[in-house]
Design a protein around this ligand. Sequence first.
Ligand SMILES: Cc1cc2nc3c(=O)[nH]c(=O)nc-3n(C[C@H](O)[C@H](O)[C@H](O)COP(=O)(O)O)c2cc1C
Length: 180
Amino acid sequence: MRYVVAITGASGSIYGIRLLENLPGEKILVISEMAKKIIPHETGYSVEDVKALADITFEDDDLFASISSGSFKFDAMFVAPCSGSTLAKIHAGIADTLITRAAAVAIKESRRLIIIPRETPKSAIFLRNEYELSRIGVCILDANPGFYSKPRTIDDIIDFVVGRCLDQISIEHDLYKKWE
Ligand SMILES: Cc1cc2nc3c(=O)[nH]c(=O)nc-3n(C[C@H](O)[C@H](O)[C@H](O)COP(=O)(O)O)c2cc1C
């Protein structure tokens, strides 16, 4: 299986990082320019550390990259975390970066697209964008932990969200204790 992981400049780059650490298969990574600044600010990782978790990394301005074309197959794409700006571009069909172009490809090719927005509170514009993308089959998976798994650490909270991401593509994991 081949997955695209995009990390954009919302708070919560650790979600994309932990996703890369737990996703099986081939991982193609794109980090937006803002995310490159936020990763070292919010996490103990350098951008190079994060790139090392992927099989292939492309720059966000590299629109010649393979994932720009619908003829290049990938099984699912995650935008984790997804900024309001990238969300709005995906909603509007603007594809002027590799991340937004790959998301447009996922939508037009009817591939799984899982977006992990991070914003609070959310404006009506943000909610409209989420709603309309959801209506066309995009999964809007908020960075919004459940507490029924009784998290004790920040890692537990992160792993709950990452586990829900893996659930979307039917990957078995033990990142959080499922309700039984
Ligand atoms: C420290 C920091 C945290 C930010 N957190 C968020 C956030 O949680 N959600 C969001 O939508 N934008 C957030 N932003 C704003 C985005 O980085 C900004 O809109 C940027 O243009 C997004 O670009 P990108 O989507 O190409 O990464 C944050 C900016 C900074 C500097």
